[in-house]
Design a protein around this ligand. Structure first.
Ligand SMILES: *Cc1c(COP(=O)(O)O)cnc(C)c1O
Ligand code: SF4
Length: 373
């Protein structure tokens, strides 16, 4: 049993009998920084782990841990979950709250920045803690799990804002919650008539695919259209187990999308991104939605790419992949500027009614607008 007092969501003792597989995967994984002692870390990783865990907890379910090739010091899975000494180096300009979740939070556990949709944070705990997380400051500072009471103010807010059509469960990882909690949240939201769609942002299908059970799908089943936005960053994360998890979600009728974060040393190559996006779409049936430029989370300068590097990668991707396999490359601007595409733009200029637009072959062409006056 974990001694991490703040951690309660994944104990889910009410489910142990019904779904032992994912509980075993949690128990056999890294549940606390001290469990790293049993792994073949480098001396530098070992010495940084304790301090890094103060800023952002360490947790790695067994299926994800098993993907690491320990003979490769720069293994892309290891880079995402094993604390690194580089995390302890803060660069000027990095932020606690890179995309201003807090400034746009009218009530606890809710962020409302775009009229028609809100972020709801049912828990500030996750099944896996990603070292690059842009919300790690909130996870550490708030850290709380789910209670019905904690969300009441947020639900009341949604009720009196009829412009809200989409509720996005994020966190924390909503799918780290027990089925019972998910069922309660879903029922409470669907009782608000103007809400049309329930969106779930989660790394569980990637890191703890055994958690995607029939019970979980049953808990989400109801009136609302459900969209699950997964978070795959590397083709090595696409396995028989993650495929089965996505198949179950697809068969439930959910729309599956993926967002990835561009991470130096993990997925900043055309070959890796190409395979990731293609296999997401063709093998998992998950449409690549966003590719995020790395947020200004503290201690992450070693994983960030430049915007120009990102643009060059997505230009090359665009040429190699079909439209449905291509994600939109975006930056989530500080101060709540929101997510905006980074291009690169194909428009080179405009002279009256004649535009100069660069084609997929790289050649600019004149395009004269023809509209009835
Ligand atoms: C990312 C985000 C959303 C969702 O944006 P989409 O472009 O619809 O995916 C909504 N609200 C906030 C505050 C966000 O950061
Ligand atoms: S699962 Fe999401 S919220 Fe949790 S640590 Fe990873 S990126 Fe952050």
């Amino acid at each position: 049993m974990t001694t991490d007092a703040k951690f309660n969501d994944m104990k889910a003792s009410d489910q142990r009998a019904a779904d032992p597989a994912w509980q075993d995967d949690v128990r056999a994984g890294v549940r606390h920084v001290r469990d790293l002692a049993a792994l073949p870390l480098s001396p530098a990783e070992r010495s940084a782990a304790q301090e890094a865990a103060v800023n952002h907890k360490v947790r790695i379910p067994k299926p994800y841990l098993d993907l690491i090739d320990w003979n490769d010091p720069s293994d892309p899975i290891r880079a995402q979950v094993i604390p690194s000494p580089d995390e302890l180096v803060e660069a000027e300009g990095e932020l606690d709250d890179p995309i201003a979740d807090h400034a746009y939070s009218p009530v606890p556990r809710l962020t409302h920045r775009h009229a028609d949709r809100v972020l709801l944070f049912p828990t500030y705990q996750c099944a896996v803690y990603c070292r690059f997380c842009f919300r790690k400051e909130s996870l550490t500072a708030i850290g709380r799990g789910y209670t019905r009471e904690a969300l009441e103010e947020a639900f009341a807010y949604i009720e009196v804002h009829p412009e809200i059509r989409e509720v996005i469960l994020t966190g924390g990882d909503p799918l780290s919650l027990p089925d019972k909690a998910l069922g309660e949240i879903r029922a409470r939201i669907e009782a608000i008539p103007h809400v049309r769609l329930l969106r779930i942002h989660t790394r569980v299908p990637v890191a703890l695919p055994s958690r995607i059970t029939a019970g979980l799908v049953g808990a989400l089943d109801g009136r609302l259209m459900v969209t699950v936005v997964t978070h795959f960053n590397h083709p090595l994360e696409i396995t028989d187990a993650t495929e089965a998890a996505c198949r179950r979600l697809r068969q439930a009728g959910y729309v599956l999308l993926n967002q990835s974060v561009l991470l130096k040393g993990v997925n900043d190559s055309v070959e890796v991104l190409e395979e990731l996006c293609r296999e997401l779409m063709y093998r998992l049936g998950v449409k690549p939605y966003y590719l995020h430029h790395g947020d200004l989370a503290r201690g992450m300068a070693h994983r960030r790419t430049t915007i120009a590097e990102g643009q060059a990668l997505v230009s090359a991707l665009r040429a190699r992949l079909s439209g449905i396999c291509n994600p939109t490359f975006v930056i989530d601007l500080p101060e709540g500027g929101g997510k905006v595409p980074l291009g690169p733009s194909h428009i080179e200029g405009c002279d009256g009614e004649t535009w100069r637009i660069r084609g997929q072959d790289g050649k600019a062409r004149a395009y004269r607008e023809v509209v009835r006056k």
